[in-house]
Design a protein around this ligand. Structure first.
Ligand SMILES: [Zn+2]
Length: 297
């Protein structure tokens, strides 16, 4: 009988590692008194034994990144599945595929699942899912990078058109500064002109027209040579990276170090310095870079 059980062990499945019999005694008696066909009785016993036995079976589990995904009964089958999946998966994503030898209770084993085709499908589904997620992330990252580059490019284009280099975030709001004179005619805008680059705007008006501080701040210069370049001019620092300049004045009403408020009368329109007629030349600088005043007033 023991021999039969041993045979059963090897015949049932080569992967069976252990058989523990729970209910034997009853059948011992029957075996002794058996007068009929002994082999039939033995068969009956064996089938009973199989039903009542705790059978453990050796399986080869395939793990995807440490997670059990399938199992087959043969190590080379498991290896073949992994090899094929690796060959068919073209991605730079590193996925860990391992085989682990395990013992499982026969009742836990789903025979269908040990089929190598099904095991391959299960493992492959998990691998492809991971690849898909990874690709999605890569695409999203690339799109974000492109958006960032585009924004950077736009910023560069913008700053080169206004003649500033490497400007950081700033507030460019219309109305941030007030017009330095009331009315007047714009006779020369900011930017390129025949004789080089015009660093501000020219607003022509009658001699003596009041010039106002475009915003509150501190006078950092008031003076100049009436026969040269800016003539008599005023510079105001507004404390937020911005400075304004008012040139060709006939009169200066403020002096260096003086605090002024927005709209305060600081001088009068003239034609001192390099000027062909009465006007105020008005400039705005942000962090040392000249800006187009028309974007601000
Ligand atoms: Zn000018």
């Amino acid at each position: 009988m023991q021999e039969k059980i041993q045979n059963l062990k090897s015949n049932l499945d080569e992967n069976i590692t252990d058989i523990k019999i729970k209910d034997m005694p009853e059948y011992n008696l029957e075996l002794v008194s058996g007068v009929e066909n002994t082999s039939a009785t033995e068969e009956k016993i064996l089938s009973e034994v199989t039903e009542n036995a705790e059978i453990t079976c050796k399986v080869f589990t395939i793990k995807v990144d440490g997670k059990e995904k399938a199992y087959v009964k043969n190590k080379s089958e498991a290896e073949k599945i992994i090899k094929e999946i690796k060959e068919n998966t073209k991605s730079d994503l590193k996925i860990k595929l391992e085989i682990e030898e395990q013992e499982k209770n026969n009742k836990e084993i789903n025979e269908e699942k040990t089929d190598s085709q099904i095991a391959k499908l299960d493992v492959n589904a998990e691998v492809q899912e991971k690849v898909k997620k990874y690709e999605k992330k890569q695409i999203a990252a690339r799109a974000a990078e492109n958006r960032r580059k585009k924004a950077e490019q736009e910023k560069k284009t913008q700053s080169s058109s206004t003649g500033q280099k490497g400007a950081s975030a700033k507030v460019t709001s219309k109305g941030m500064f007030m017009r330095p004179i009331s009315g007047g005619t714009l006779t020369s805008p900011y930017g390129k002109r025949k004789s080089g680059f015009h660093t501000g705007i020219d607003l022509s008006s009658k001699i003596g027209t009041p010039i106002y501080a475009a915003a509150s701040g501190t006078v950092i210069f008031a003076g100049g040579n009436p026969r040269k370049s800016y003539g008599l001019y005023i510079k105001i620092d507004h404390g937020n990276g911005y400075q304004t300049l008012y040139a060709h004045c006939s009169k200066l009403y403020v002096s260096e170090g003086q605090k002024v408020s927005k709209g305060e009368n600081i001088g009068a329109v003239g034609s001192t310095g390099n000027s062909t007629g009465p006007h105020v030349h008005f400039e705005i600088k942000y962090k040392g870079n000249r800006q187009n005043p028309q974007n601000y007033i």
